[in-house]
Design a protein around this ligand. Structure first.
Ligand code: NCD
Ligand code: ZN
Length: 345
């Protein structure tokens, strides 16, 4: 049984860093372990243009504590007014690594997202030409669709038609939560990959709802039943290069979570690597952890793998803070509900 494992330094292919005081507080939690992250653009107002992405990148780098290295991989928030030339210029300059599609109303700060896909066809075709990846929040927003079915319906109504319409477009279906998504990605021969979060490998919907409502387990897409969690664990630990880590670590201050209408998002940056090592260890798949956290992502995005490593060691239960303090109030760290034994050395 191994008690130590060394991995190429990981990257996070879906991360919310926010802005201002919360950015300042949460950035070190990611930068401590991760070299790079695809940074989500759902700020208020959203990061729509190349100029906005450049300014946000500068704010992130300014918030990085001295002595820490971290490369934010910037994304643009796709709107029906997005200018294909601006997107192409932001990509050509190396600033932007992906464009993010939010169906309007799907999640936190998604009101400026897409309602009519015909209006973004031109941008998507341009992205296919230049090889720029589309990251998708894969849920429909129709009121008549049950929230637990919104991902599966997105695949049928949006993703599958879009892949036929713009076959050259490279896509990432983000934070997948269902066996339908796992099966769909496995069946795709090219140009489709999926990220899986830390928390969806650990919780199912019972964790949110049994014995009282637990706002810190509420995220979008919402966790599904246990059979889906097991499908996600199977995909993540399978070694299939189409699946890789996107934590979707999504900090909200406690006051915004613990209220009558709480925000969606689990904050997992602090203990993600310990949780993942525990999950992969339990599956007897520690040898596949590096692929999931460090190799499949850069390979899919056509970026170099990181040159340095991190080492995790197994021992007594790991301790980590319950909350991270920020200038706007505390942010609760995700509780995986199990003892963790792997710590980053
Ligand atoms: C994210 C957020 O808070 O920005 N929330 C979440 O539950 N995952 C948005 C998102 O990625 O859907
Ligand atoms: Zn997210």
């Amino acid at each position: 049984m191994s008690t130590s494992i060394t991995l190429t330094r990981p990257d996070d292919w879906h991360l919310h860093l926010r802005d201002g005081a919360v950015l300042q507080a949460v950035l070190p939690e990611t930068a401590r372990h991760f070299a790079r992250a695809i940074v989500m653009p759902n700020l208020v107002p959203p990061v729509v243009t190349g100029a906005q992405a450049a300014a946000y990148r500068d704010r992130i780098l300014a918030a990085l504590p001295d002595g820490m290295a971290f490369e934010p991989l910037m994304t643009l928030y796709l709107t029906e007014d997005t200018d294909p030339d601006d997107v192409a210029a932001a990509h050509a300059s190396g600033l932007v690594k992906a464009v993010k599609l939010y169906p309007a109303g799907a999640t936190t700060n998604s009101a400026s997202g897409v309602r009519d896909f015909d209006k973004v066809r031109g941008v998507l075709e341009r992205m296919a030409e230049i090889g720029l990846t589309l990251c998708m929040h894969g849920e429909v927003t129709d009121h008549e669709i049950d929230i637990f079915d919104r991902e599966a319906v997105f695949i049928d109504r949006v993703l599958d038609p879009l892949r036929r319409d713009v076959p050259g477009l490279r896509m990432v279906m983000e934070h997948i939560t269902t066996s339908s998504a796992v099966d769909y990605v496995r069946a795709a021969e090219r140009n489709l990959a999926a990220t899986i979060t830390t928390h969806h490998l650990v919780i199912n919907r019972n964790n949110i709802l049994v014995g009282g409502i637990r706002p810190h387990y509420y995220c979008l897409p919402v966790a599904k039943r246990e059979s889906h969690r097991l499908a996600l664990v199977d995909a993540a630990t399978s070694g299939d290069a189409r699946f890789f880590l996107g934590t979707d670590s999504a900090p909200h201050v406690d006051a915004a979570k613990e209220t009558g209408c709480g925000c969606a998002g689990c904050f997992t940056a602090t203990n993600t690597m310990s949780i993942l090592a525990e999950v992969f260890d339990r599956e007897g798949a520690l040898d596949r952890l590096e692929g999931f956290t460090s190799l499949h992502g850069p390979d899919y995005y056509g970026l170099p793998r990181n040159g340095d490593t991190i080492t995790l060691t197994k021992g007594d239960a790991v301790t980590y803070p319950d909350k991270i303090a920020s200038g706007d109030g505390p942010v609760t760290v995700f509780d995986p509900g199990m003892a963790l034994h792997w710590r980053v050395a």
